[in-house]
Design a protein around this ligand. Structure first.
Ligand SMILES: Nc1ncnc2c1ncn2[C@@H]1O[C@H](COP(=O)(O)OP(=O)(O)OP(=O)(O)O)[C@@H](O)[C@H]1O
Length: 327
């Protein structure tokens, strides 16, 4: 028996437009194992959310999965629609989005939302579900959970609301959590607490997590492995320590050098010259080549080698020595 929870294979998402077909996700593959937190990182517009939304059939039409496969616990799910997908979303996949209010019903007490979710997906009765709702709120650190279970979402602060969303996402005991920028809307002081909470609870339960973020600090703090996306493609995939301290792809290297975390103590932050291409103008070859100081003619023509775990999609991956000098 494998402990792979989610397996994305060669996923391509297309958006047909009047000017041609856009591919916000192209040929992306990664796995997430039980109890593992995979960080998906990249600049705004890199396709991180699209890849996550494809898993839960939340792509906004006309965006759609054009090719590839998505497997959850050995079941192929990329063709599931309607009720079958809704059932899977509540039971097997929990979701935590940037804005907690999108996950909460403003008209229902939070206890009722937790109870409803548990009654739908777990084989337990109402009394048991009520008791578990209080425990769930205690576990996510809501003070006075026994009373707050009867509060409405608007009666909580942003950070507390996100705690409630985490309780809601976990209460049906899913095998996968998709957390898309879960702390971006929160005060800096609260961000670290929420990330620590998510990490602890998922570790305890063996839940796999796809953690989508543009924040390298969150990646460093919470993840086991990292998938780096650029212009819809995977640039690099590997254990967090390797990707952060010994990035092979020049894009990852630039991303690291441009974060305050990595450049602490340096006089000023590095900037990657230029901008990520628009989806209707993604260059041939390696999409990063116009911004890459190491690019040669080879990078302008054939697609770069496919990413493998621990091996970047680059003809000229940075060796350890080159990492010191490059960029
Ligand atoms: N309906 C649409 N038509 C055209 N382009 C779209 C459409 N929906 C999304 N896109 C584009 O798809 C790309 C991928 O978007 P996505 O939200 O996945 O990026 P992201 O990496 O999650 O960025 P962010 O961190 O800003 O959320 C972006 O360039 C976005 O502009």
């Amino acid at each position: 028996m494998t402990d792979t929870v989610l397996s994305i294979r060669n996923l391509t998402v297309e958006i047909p437009t009047r000017h041609g077909i856009l591919r916000p996700v192209e040929g992306v593959s990664y796995d997430i194992a039980r109890g593992e937190i995979l960080g998906v990182v990249g600049e705004s517009g890199a396709g991180k959310s699209m890849a996550g939304n494809a898993v839960i059939d939340l792509l906004s039409p006309p965006a759609h999965i054009a090719s590839g496969e998505i497997w959850l616990n050995g079941q192929r799910i990329d063709q599931l629609k309607g009720e079958a997908m809704r059932r899977l979303r509540g039971k097997e996949i929990g979701m935590v989005f940037q804005d907690p209010l999108t996950s909460l019903n403003p008209l229902l007490r939070i206890g009722d939302q937790l109870v409803e979710t548990m009654l739908t997906h777990l084989k337990i009765g109402e009394r048991e579900a009520r008791a578990r709702a209080v425990t769930a709120l205690q576990e996510v650190g809501i003070p006075g959970a026994a009373e707050r279970v009867d509060s409405y979402p608007h009666e909580f602060s942003g950070g507390m609301r996100q705690r409630v969303v985490i309780a809601l996402a976990l209460c049906a005991e899913p095998s996968l959590i998709i957390a898309d920028e879960p702390t971006t809307a929160l005060d800096v002081s609260v961000q670290a607490q929420i990330i620590a909470l998510l990490k602890r609870l998922c570790r305890e339960r063996g839940t796999a997590v796809m953690l989508i973020t543009h924040d390298m600090g969150v990646i460093a703090e919470a993840t086991d492995r990292v998938a780096v996306m650029y212009a819809g493609r995977l640039a690099e995939l590997g254990p967090v320590r390797d990707v952060l301290t010994r990035p092979q792809h020049p894009y990852t290297h630039g991303l690291m050098a441009s974060t305050p975390l990595a450049s602490a103590g340096k006089a000023r932050l590095h900037q990657i010259p230029g901008a990520m291409p628009r989806l209707d103008a993604v260059p041939d070859g390696c999409a990063f080549h116009p911004r890459c100081p190491r690019a040669t003619d080879l990078c302008r023509q054939p697609p770069p080698p496919k990413v493998q775990d621990g091996k970047a999609a680059c003809w000229y991956p940075l060796t350890q020595d080159a990492q010191e000098e490059a960029l």
